[in-house]
Design a protein around this ligand. Structure first.
Ligand code: SF4
Ligand code: SF4
Length: 417
């Protein structure tokens, strides 16, 4: 048995035994029985729609004394909330923009955050009694830019189905909405590689623990809003300037754009309890299925019904494309990834699987799985999480640990009980 300090020391000395969650699960799945001597750290990650994401900015919009107090602010047409500090006469604006804020059906806070991190110039428009102030800026011009997750990384987020007769528009679907009569399901969550699935009691993913948010080093603040023993989630923050645009973005739903966020961390395997926790498999990880209208659980599935190891990627057969006048797959892709030009190597594609069912020529392939409910099989139509990117994040954290660049964190501050 060791403690976090022992494992941090091993990491520093580059002698820690590190596995990604998938590597470790493969050993367990094949009947191996790893002991505490075999493993020090298991790395975990998740990527998907996370509504509880916001950004806090300090933006220079005018010269000193040119603005007495800013009244409104928009970045790329997305309205922010000015404050809390008034910054009287300083020419800078402190503001908050929600990841779920919208400019229109195609562009929201998640898209804006990704553009900023990719250093795409954005238009800033501030109003005050002195007039309208417009600037084109990049993230590097912002004096402060942090992402704050108010809740994210749910241990076992929910799949949704629609038992009523008519299609339901919801953030838990693609732009077409969720068809009625339990004809289809949308799913979220990365199952056995999710950080909290591997540390369900938040023994290690707690105040002060190190976490990657959208690829940048961040800090866990503790449980997030609506966190419960049965469905824990976390809150955390990180500086946007170190983030990776590939690990974040926007996702179009039938109720407007949502925010894509990613989280990844390292779990220290300090004792048998921790070893048991990191041994959980998709076959045992609960995937609750809820009625999309009221979110009340209808039944419980397992993540093994949707993640099957070989179905992480959507593949395309472009030779079979019918070159339709209007490509419905392109029109409906939640990421704007233009599937008609192929999904392999497509950096915008997050393997949501929607083009599998929307393409007229059936040129896309992926077994998205289905959930059995009372003898009825409810096929998955769209995945709002990308386990492929989750795997990439696990590998990234593993590299950082192996290179001695990861500090597990030691609860540098405690929240008020
Ligand atoms: S809908 Fe399918 S077959 Fe038609 S153009 Fe688009 S990708 Fe090709
Ligand atoms: S799987 Fe198809 S629909 Fe989904 S993001 Fe990729 S290209 Fe778009």
């Amino acid at each position: 048995m060791s403690d976090i300090k022992d494992i941090d020391k091993k990491i520093k000395e580059k002698s820690a035994k590190v596995f990604t969650a998938s590597e470790f699960k493969q050993i367990v799945r094949k009947g191996g029985r790893p002991t505490l001597d075999d493993v020090d750290v298991v790395t975990c990650g998740t990527f998907g729609v996370m509504s509880g994401t916001m950004a806090v900015f300090t933006i220079p919009v005018a010269g000193l004394t040119e603005i007495s107090k800013t009244d409104t602010i928009k970045i790329n047409g997305i309205e922010g909330s000015v404050g809390p500090c008034p910054n009287e006469s300083l020419g800078v604006v402190d503001c908050i923009i929600n990841g779920t804020a919208h400019r229109d059906h195609d562009y929201g806070g998640g898209h804006l955050f990704k553009d900023l991190v990719a250093r795409v110039p954005v238009s800033v428009e501030a109003t005050s009694k002195e007039g309208v102030f417009k600037k084109t800026l990049t993230l590097d011009d912002f004096a402060f830019a942090r992402i704050i997750i108010t809740r994210g990384g749910f241990k076992n987020y929910t799949a949704f189905a629609n038992p009523s007769e008519s299609t339901y528009t919801t953030i838990f679907s693609d732009t077409q909405g969720l068809a009625g009569n339990l004809k289809e399901a949308s799913v979220s969550g990365c199952g056995e590689i999710n950080p909290l699935e591997n540390d369900h009691s938040s023994r290690f993913i707690r105040n002060g623990a190190t976490i990657l948010i959208n690829g940048a080093p961040g800090t866990v603040m503790g449980p997030g809003t609506r966190s419960s023993e049965a469905k824990p989630n976390l809150s955390a923050f990180a500086d946007m300037k170190g983030m990776d645009p590939h690990m974040m973005g926007g996702f179009r739903t039938s109720r407007g754009p949502e925010c894509l966020t990613s989280l990844a961390t390292a779990i220290p395997v300090v004792d048998q309890e921790a070893l048991d926790a990191v041994s959980i498999l998709d076959e045992d990880a609960v995937l609750p299925i809820a009625d999309v209208h009221d979110r009340k659980p209808l039944f419980k599935g397992r993540y093994s019904q949707i993640w099957k190891g070989n179905n992480l990627d959507v593949v395309s057969d472009l030779d079979s494309c019918l070159h339709c006048g209007t490509c419905v797959a392109d029109e409906l892709c939640p990421l704007g990834a233009s599937p008609s030009s192929g999904t392999e190597g497509n950096v915008l594609c997050m393997n949501c699987g929607l083009c599998v069912s929307t393409c007229v020529g059936g040129i896309f392939e992926c077994d998205l799985g289905s959930i059995d409910y009372g003898g009825q099989s409810v096929p998955v139509k769209v995945r709002q999480s990308d386990r492929r990117r989750g795997e990439e994040l696990c590998a990234r954290v593993k590299r950082l640990v192996e290179e001695g660049k990861w500090n597990l964190g030691n609860g540098q501050w405690e929240s008020t009980p």
